[in-house]
Design a protein around this ligand. Sequence first.
Ligand code: SAM
Length: 306
Amino acid sequence: MTEHRVAKPFLKWAGGKTQLINDIAKALPQRLDEEKFTYIEPFVGSGAVLFWMLNNFPNLERAIINDINEDLINTYKTIATKPQELIAILDILQEEFHSLEEKTEEKKEYYYSKRALYNKRTEEQSGQSALFIFLNKTCFNGLYRVNRKNEYNVPMGSYKRPTICDKENIWAVNEALQRVEILCGDFENTLYWANENTLFYFDPPYKPLNETSSFNAYAKEVFNDEEQVRLRDFCNELDALQSTWILSNSDVKGKNANDNFFDELYAEFNIQRVEAKRSINANPKKRGLLKELLITNHNKVYAMFY
Ligand SMILES: C[S@@+](CC[C@H](N)C(=O)[O-])C[C@H]1O[C@@H](n2cnc3c(N)ncnc32)[C@H](O)[C@@H]1O
């Protein structure tokens, strides 16, 4: 295939940023149109903003992505280097799963056997990545949740014939990733690349609005208030290096008017409150409009999007 394909996220991921892209676009610095730059996303997740940036900014010379979730990052690496192998395995998984459409019990057995195989982590790289995508497309609400032993424990979802093997998009992502350096580890590892021509977008695990909204469960590590402070310190460091950054987080003030956690933490920077729909929430009643924070260390407006 030779036509240009537009890459999009190949996973469902809690906190996926597709809904927030217009607001992020408005918060970008103007010079992205004029100068070459490096885009860095230290908490990449499913990469909604990454792919949007890669598709829309010819001046984006290269991108650096990072996440602490090893299985996720391995899947990015597989798509970048072995798309054909991955597609071949996904094709089989899709065919087998679809053939069980009417057989509820067998379908369940199939899902749980693949989940057990995934948790053994004995498959080679493309097999393991295919299982990761399979589980993401067939599990309950596209969640990623592991226990302390790093065992994936999300039950089966109720999709009839989910697309498990989206060949077109895997090839498009493969092409897009040729400009991307893929790292696995803590967000601070990205400091090495920071300079005045870098734009960082941070989408950390959000501070939970209450005890039960536990969107912190992306990886076995927890992201608590101390981590939020460590991230702010990192943003200070980047600011001193004249890197530009944008960060999103939950608006805890919306829930409790006296909660100034982020207003105090980022008092020196620009804080905007924007409306955003959360796409993954187990309770449909909670899928309504919530405010989120967009914080930047610059205040120029990217005019093209008005
Ligand atoms: C809110 S999600 C990112 C959502 C993403 N922007 C999207 O569009 O799907 C946060 C990500 O941060 C990762 N993470 C958690 N702690 C981390 C750390 N200390 N360093 C780097 N990544 C971390 C999680 O694995 C998760 O993928």
